[in-house]
Design a protein around this ligand. Structure first.
Ligand SMILES: Nc1nc2c(ncn2[C@@H]2O[C@H](COP(=O)(O)OP(=O)(O)OP(=O)(O)O)[C@@H](O)[C@H]2O)c(=O)[nH]1
Length: 184
């Protein structure tokens, strides 16, 4: 298990009140125009303008670690399945319309015995990606959307993995219906 400190002053949510006071005591007006030059993080050496914390959640074996490694490094972890112990994260900086967006993506262990540990990390997340394996109905049934809404206002997205292993390709409408009725 590893946890590193997020440099709060680098994030999008840095409060305006932290801006330095001018000589007359007033706060400087917010500059208008293109975003300021990217700022370095204290930890990872990445440069970014805004930062978001994203959690990958789902049953053990649905493919959370594979999705993260694929997104971060472009590689697929085939072969031996090594279950995540506790929680870990990786950073990736994307260029979105000229703005450097840093995603801090947390890979949680899907095994039940780590549930209490991983839940503690949800609170300050901006988004939760709830993964299920389209070839494993139980992994869908185990998604507990209501359990992730403690009033934190996080974005929730449900993602199906192993689409190429399925004989049925889920459609957005199908997923919507399944959310109410459960997958067929
Ligand atoms: N065919 C196929 N196999 C996949 C896919 N995604 C993951 N796998 C395999 O499924 C197994 C589990 O993947 P992981 O990414 O480690 O699963 P996880 O959700 O992180 O599991 P925990 O760490 O226990 O929570 C590995 O053997 C992967 O190679 C996929 O999209 N297609």
């Amino acid at each position: 298990m590893s946890r590193k400190k997020t440099p709060r002053s680098k994030g999008a949510s840095a409060p305006a009140a932290s801006a330095p006071l001018a000589a007359n005591g007033s706060r400087p007006a917010r500059p208008i125009g293109p975003p300021p030059p990217a700022r370095p993080s204290l930890g990872g050496g990445d440069f970014y303008d805004v930062a978001f914390k994203v959690m990958l959640v789902g049953d053990s074996g649905v493919g959370k670690t594979c999705l993260l490694v694929r997104f971060k490094d472009g590689a697929f972890l085939a072969g031996t399945f090594i279950s995540t112990v506790g929680i870990d994260f990786r950073n990736k900086v994307l260029d979105v319309d000229g703005v450097k967006v840093k995603l801090q993506i947390w890979d949680t262990a899907g095994q039940e015995r780590f549930r209490s540990v991983t839940h503690a990390y949800y609170r300050d997340a901006h988004a939760l990606l709830l993964l299920y394996d389209v070839t494993n109905k139980a992994s869908f049934d185990n998604i507990q959307v209501s359990g992730f809404l403690p009033g934190g206002g996080q974005r929730l997205r449900i993602l199906g993995t192993r689409l190429l292993c399925s004989t049925v390709t889920p459609t957005p409408q199908g997923v919507e219906a399944a959310l109410h009725e459960g997958p067929q």
